[in-house]
Design a protein around this ligand. Structure first.
Ligand code: DGJ
Length: 370
């Protein structure tokens, strides 16, 4: 028998015996180690003491599943392919409790970081109190002594009340022309700086919707979120314990309507992957690079290539995972299904660095090691 035939035969025998190597299959149904469909949408990954923890929105079937009926689901893994169900890390409060995280609220894009000084695990998420659509634009914070939880909800509010961004323009300290006006979250009648949305919200705190967290090498943590009616991205420093905002923040990409931010760092450079703002429908991704998290940020365009690039391969960014101990990064996106929320899929793809920026390419099946 020829060697190649022998290898193929061996591979088929191993595959039949369930010994095939694990791999990513973007967009396919992805089951956990018990065979149940993974339910962690708009998620992010924490790497802690040799394990990865995936936190995401637990969605239920149908349209009602877009509201938080259960809470934040946690899974853990050693290899990023096989995920063990760790249960609900943050549960919604019972209906009628009046809690800001009452069942039926909107609780999106949860992310968890660990504070090395306090040893606590800190979760932040986008929160919209029940029954008010997306008008609240609040941020919720919860804390736990264990990565998997349970997390205790601390409070929800608007970041940076009473302070102006470090890169505020002179007009931001003046009167806002937006008072009393209503916006659709995807467009503005004029530029956010001429409306002065920052000034409008300075006293009560800035709007914060789609979000991520990032911990820098010096232990400083940042909350990155779509603000100013989604028109402008804010990067806001957290306090030393990560439980509040320090009051130091900056605004970027004014008027560009960036959603779904994912911030990562490689070789001393900061990168952002983001989407445009088209509700649950996918659109072309955007990317940017900076030498400092405080900017200036330079937009680099759509990092995706080939068929499907215009819709980010029918997905929207939620996180970019640095693979521990390697120079590999994984794009983590959601393929939303708003009509049947629980059937949203996960699109994980390799990130490759090229010139000043990075690229995300479609693969039907792939392994991060190769
Ligand atoms: C797009 C956001 O990225 C999602 O997290 C969600 O808020 C939807 N909009 C709601 O339409």
């Amino acid at each position: 028998m020829r060697t190649s035939t022998l290898i193929t035969a061996l591979w088929l025998i191993l595959a039949a015996a369930g010994c095939s190597r694990p791999e990513f299959r973007p967009g396919a149904v992805w089951t956990d180690t018990d065979g149940a469909v993974i339910n962690a949408h708009g998620g992010g990954i924490l790497y802690d003491e040799g394990r990865y923890y995936w936190f995401g929105e637990h969605k239920t079937a149908g349209e009602a599943g877009n509201l938080a009926q259960v809470g934040v689901h946690c899974y853990s893994s050693e290899n990023l392919y096989d995920w063990r169900d760790e249960g609900i890390a943050l549960a919604v409060a019972p209906e009628g409790s009046g809690s800001p995280i009452e069942k039926g609220c909107i609780l999106e894009r949860p992310k968890v970081i660990r504070n090395a000084r306090t040893g606590k695990y800190v979760m932040w998420f986008h929160l919209e109190p029940k029954g008010a659509g997306y008008t609240g634009a609040l941020s919720g914070v919860a804390v736990s002594d264990r990565a998997t939880g349970p997390y205790t909800f601390l409070r929800a509010g608007r970041p940076d009340a009473g302070v102006y961004p470090v890169n505020a323009l002179p007009q931001h300290f003046g009167k806002s022309r937006a008072a009393g006006m209503r916006f659709d979250g995807g467009s503005l009648p004029e530029h956010p700086d001429s409306l002065n949305l920052v000034g409008r919200d300075a006293a009560q705190g800035q709007m914060a919707r789609d979000m991520t967290l990032f911990v820098d090498d010096d232990g400083r943590a940042y909350h990155i979120y779509s603000s100013e009616e989604n028109s402008t991205l804010h990067i806001s420093e957290l306090t030393d314990d990560y439980l509040a905002h320090s009051g130091r923040y900056a605004r970027f990409f004014a008027g560009r309507f960036m959603e779904a931010p994912a911030l990562f760092k490689r070789g001393g450079r900061y990168y952002l992957m983001m989407s445009g703002c088209t509700g649950w429908a996918p659109n072309a991704a955007r990317s940017a690079v900076a030498e400092s998290i405080w900017g200036p940020w330079r937009e680099l365009g759509n990092p995706c290539e080939g068929p499907g690039a215009e819709t980010t391969y029918d997905s929207q960014s939620t996180f970019v995972v640095p693979v521990a101990g390697t120079d590999r990064f994984i794009y983590m996106g959601d393929r939303w299904n708003p009509a049947d929320a629980a059937d949203g899929r996960y699109v994980w793809l390799p990130v490759r660095f090229e010139g000043d920026g990075f690229r995300v390419e479609w693969c039907d099946r792939w392994r991060w090691e190769e």
